[in-house]
Design a protein around this ligand. Structure first.
Ligand SMILES: [Zn+2]
Length: 307
């Protein structure tokens, strides 16, 4: 693993501003319904990104001086680190106050590809009270999964939530993530072209049913992949993608909306009236929120929204 913190260029300085609050990814977890929902679990801490990165590096005993080889790493001047172990350093961009950043996605027809040909089975956004930071795309185990853009493989590992997962860093600063693979065919440091097979589709990690969980991130912040890709047509929506404050504001709003909804998992012996009492609401409200009747039989483990 290479890990470095160095004085940064202007884009990296931007990253530092973005990352005034940083937290280390502890990896996501799956939803109780068997879906692969990834949420931010770690308490949010006010940390300067550089401090955070430096601390993380020291914690694992690795802090290299800058060397020229880092120049070949895509987007290094934006990230100032190259970590082949941690999937994301989750950095909040609520303080993104900068002008629009225009990322070039494509110069030609063959420099981008849909990772697989399947349709969307679950979109980006809030789902049952949690955030889903990617698109789920239908595939069958063994189907090839290909790189969306050219870049360098940063992560190729097994993670208990993502299963076999590959993350690729692209030269425009975007990173793409491909999860639940049955097989990985690339290693960190591999240079890869758009359309190159990086693994085979599968159902590993917290996943029930073969599918590809596909994420797009910029400086660790998730972006709805369907803003970049027209999945149905398997094409890019545009040759460029603009990132600005609004890009992440909508995410923050969705996240807030998701966390505003509270759910309770039914336990043995629970009744609607007991659940209502415990959460300071009424049986009527529970019925309305969950589209059930007062006489409905509750299942143990059933998730009931209560606010
Ligand atoms: Zn997913």
């Amino acid at each position: 693993m290479q890990f470095s913190a160095r004085p940064c260029t202007f884009l990296a300085a931007l990253a530092m501003v973005l990352a005034t609050q940083a937290q280390v990814d502890t990896s996501g977890y799956g939803g109780p319904d068997g879906s692969d929902i990834y949420d931010e679990l770690a308490p949010e801490v006010e940390e300067d990104a550089a401090v955070e990165i430096g601390r993380a590096a020291r914690a694992i005993g690795l802090l290299y001086d800058v060397n020229d080889s880092l120049e070949v790493i895509p987007g290094y001047d934006m990230y100032c680190h190259w970590n082949t172990d941690q999937i994301f350093l989750r950095e909040r961009t609520s303080r993104f106050q900068h002008d629009t950043l225009c990322l070039r996605l494509s110069e030609s027809d063959d420099d981008h590809a849909m990772p697989c040909s399947g349709h969307v089975t679950s979109p980006f956004g809030s789902r049952k009270g949690r955030m889903h930071y990617g698109l789920d795309l239908k595939l069958y185990t063994g189907d090839p999964v290909v790189a969306a853009f050219p870049g360098m493989v940063r992560i190729s590992k097994y993670n208990k939530s993502f299963g076999n997962v590959v993350v690729i860093r692209h030269s425009n600063g975007l990173e793409t993530l491909y999860a639940h693979l049955s097989k990985r065919k690339v290693q960190p440091g591999d240079l890869i072209e758009a359309g190159d097979t990086l693994g085979l589709g599968g159902n590993t990690g917290h996943s029930f049913g073969s599918h590809l969980h596909f994420e797009v991130r910029f400086l660790d912040q998730p972006i709805d992949p369907s803003l970049l890709f027209d999945v149905e047509n398997g094409s890019l929506r545009a040759k460029t993608f603009e990132i600005n404050k609004g890009t992440f504001e909508s995410l923050a709003l969705a996240k807030a909306a998701a966390s505003a909804r509270k759910y309770y998992a039914v336990r043995t012996g629970d009744t609607l009236s007991a659940i209502a009492r415990r959460h300071g609401t009424s049986v009527n409200t529970l019925c309305k929120l969950n589209a059930i009747r007062q006489t409905s039989v509750l299942r143990v483990g059933q998730r009931l929204r209560y606010n």
